[in-house]
Each structure stands twice: as C-alpha cells, then as structure tokens.
Design a protein around this ligand. Structure first.
Ligand code: LMR
Length: 343
C-alpha cells in the first residue's frame, strides 16, 4: 500500500473513532444496547416482593423497559435474594450491585445523620414526611461528601410508613410494659438508646433474619410499619401489636455513582423519568398498602391489636426524650430543627 493511501486510511479511521465520541476510550453509547443486549441495572432490596418497596421496584423496572424500548433492563432482586442488610451497602459501593433502597437508618455507618428517621415522634404525619423529602435538608443528605466518598449517589426518597411496636409476651400500653423485653433493631445507636430508654434491650438483626429470630425467641419484639409486619408474616410470631407510631421506615434510592454516570445520556433520561414516576407511584402505594395491611392484621384473628390513645403516645414520647439528649449532636441540631420547622 503506498504512503498516501496509508495516510488516508489512518485519517479516515481517526475520524471514525472521533465520530464515535468516547468509543475509542471504551465508553459505550446507546447504539451499543438493544433489547437483545440491554444495559443491565441490578436492583437489590430486602423486603417481600408484594411489599410497598417490592411493588414500587417492579413498577420502576417495567417503566424503564417501556421507556427505553427494552434497551435498559432493571433486574430486581427482592427479599435479600442477592444482598441483605449486612452486605448490600458494600456491594453498592464496590459496584457489584447498581441500585439499592435501604431504609435511611441503615446508612448510619456512612453518615450518622441518617438516623434522623429513628428520632422518636420527629415526624407528625405523612404530609410532614413528604415536606421533608422535598426540602433542602433532604437534598443535602442525598448529595453528601460522605456518600460520594463511597462512590454512592442518592437519587430520591420512597416512603413506607410509621413504625409500631410488637412483641410475643404482652400488650404494650404503658411505658412499664416495655421493661425487660428484647427488641430487634435495624441498625445504629439511636435505636439501641430508644429501647434502653424504655428499660428494654435490643439486638441488631438483618431484616431477612428477623422472622426466625422472633420465632426462636432470640428477641421478643420488633418495630415495623404495618406493611412490613403483614408482608413478612410477623403476625405469625408476634401476637401483640400497639399503634405506637414512634418512628419511621422510609427508603432512599441509592446508586453506584461510577455506574450511574456511565449510562449514556439518551438512555439515562428515560430511566430518570421512570424513577420520578415510580416515586409518585410508591408514595400513593405506601399509604394504601399500610392501610390495607392494618385491616389484614386486625382481621387476622391471631394478633391482639391495641390502638394507643394520644395520652399513651405522649407518655411514650416523654420516656424517649433521653434519645434527643444523647443524639441531637450526632444527627445535628440543624437537621432536626429543619425537620421540626416543616411541621
Ligand atoms: C427493617 O430492617 O426493618 C426495614 O428497614 C426493612 C425495609 O427495607 O423495609
């Protein structure tokens, strides 16, 4: 091949590579994905497939499929099938999974402020929770340095509901009734302090192992939104449930930052649209499903459900005041005051 022809071929190749944008550097473009060879988003979570989070995750997967014409496929792994409480965060940070939706409190080892969700009676009602989700304080938490230092990006919040206490020994009506019981806790020292303030003990147990721990008597009680209590069948091992409404279980959608930022722009846009629509879907679903679960629990015939009076909740709130004394600093007064100011 003569020199001029060789130069022409090399120039054409360089132009071709430049036209493919970053293709030369191994970055993929949306042309690289098809319904037969889709971009995969692995989404792992720990609740039952028919739970609020389970249904919202599946709805997200379906919307992504529709909006990208199959070019992006969300593989949902419910019920701790792929990763459970003890390893999903590490799996996300290392990119072994691309998306998780843990309850906020499980982010405590990255940023202790996420335990805000456990501060007793901090939130008044669902509307207050929504106000917070849309607040600057919530946005700051999603975009913290602590998250990006772990290659994690916070995207949005999905609600579940208020937590209520259950156990296998006796009805929980007054503060005295908690004394000596041992409760399962999700994570973090705020929940440990919460139970200590009531004269009870606690043990941090992965959500996927909670039913067995309650069945075997490792712990006497737990705290759950009605929907988790119902869809995990905790009613089979927790004969006493009281509407304490003392804390929250709400989810944060986190992704692996490097993975998320590698998604080609024209595919990321429909995925983000699907997430926004799924967040609205999850918000409507949470209230409906928790109401439905409460009815299931009341009519189960196996649970003695006690509707606490406002006075009884006020007594519980007073007994839990030491949690604020001990943890306002860690959660930061700014975050707590910003949430309280939304009431
Ligand atoms: C729990 O561990 O009790 C909850 O955070 C589980 C969940 O994801 O709702």
């Amino acid at each position: 091949m003569n020199k001029w022809l060789l130069l022409t071929v090399i120039s054409l190749l360089s132009l071709l590579l430049a036209a493919c944008g970053g293709a030369a550097s191994g970055e993929k473009s949306s042309e690289d994905y098809t319904a037969e060879n889709p971009l995969i988003i692995k989404f792992s979570h720990v609740t039952a497939i028919d739970s609020v989070k389970g249904q919202a995750a599946d709805h997200f997967a379906q919307l992504v499929d529709e909006k990208t014409e199959g070019k992006v496929k969300v593989e949902v792994y419910p019920s701790s099938q792929l990763y459970g409480d003890n390893d999903e965060l590490d799996a996300l940070a290392s990119g072994n999974v691309h998306m998780i939706a843990p309850s906020a409190t499980k982010m405590v080892k990255i940023d202790r402020r996420w335990q805000f969700t456990d501060m007793p009676y901090l939130f008044e009602d669902e509307e207050h929770v929504q106000e917070f989700f849309e607040s600057e304080a919530a946005h700051d938490l999603l975009n913290s340095d602590q998250l990006s230092a772990n290659d994690i990006k916070g995207l949005t919040f999905w609600p579940n509901g208020f937590k209520h206490m259950s156990n296998n020994k006796r009805p929980l009506v007054t503060v005295e009734d908690f004394k000596g019981l041992k409760f399962r806790a999700q994570a973090g020292q705020v929940l440990e302090a919460q139970f200590e303030s009531l004269g009870a003990g606690s043990a941090t147990i992965a959500f996927g192992e909670t039913y067995a721990a309650l069945q075997q008597g490792t712990v006497d009680g737990a705290e759950n939104p009605y929907n988790n209590f119902d869809t995990m069948k905790f009613y089979e091992v927790q004969p006493y449930l009281s509407s304490t409404q003392h804390g929250r279980v709400d989810y944060v959608i986190f992704v692996n930052k490097t993975f998320w930022e590698s998604i080609p722009e024209d595919l990321l846009a429909p995925v983000e649209e699907a997430l926004a629509e799924s967040t609205t879907y999850a918000t409507e679903l949470a209230e409906e499903e928790n109401e439905k679960s409460l009815e299931n629990i009341k009519t189960s015939g196996v649970v003695e459900f006690y509707e606490m009076t406002q006075e009884e909740r006020d007594a519980l709130k007073e007994a839990l005041q030491p949690v604020y004394d001990e943890f306002t600093e860690a959660i930061t007064p700014e975050l707590i005051e910003s949430i309280q100011s939304l009431k």
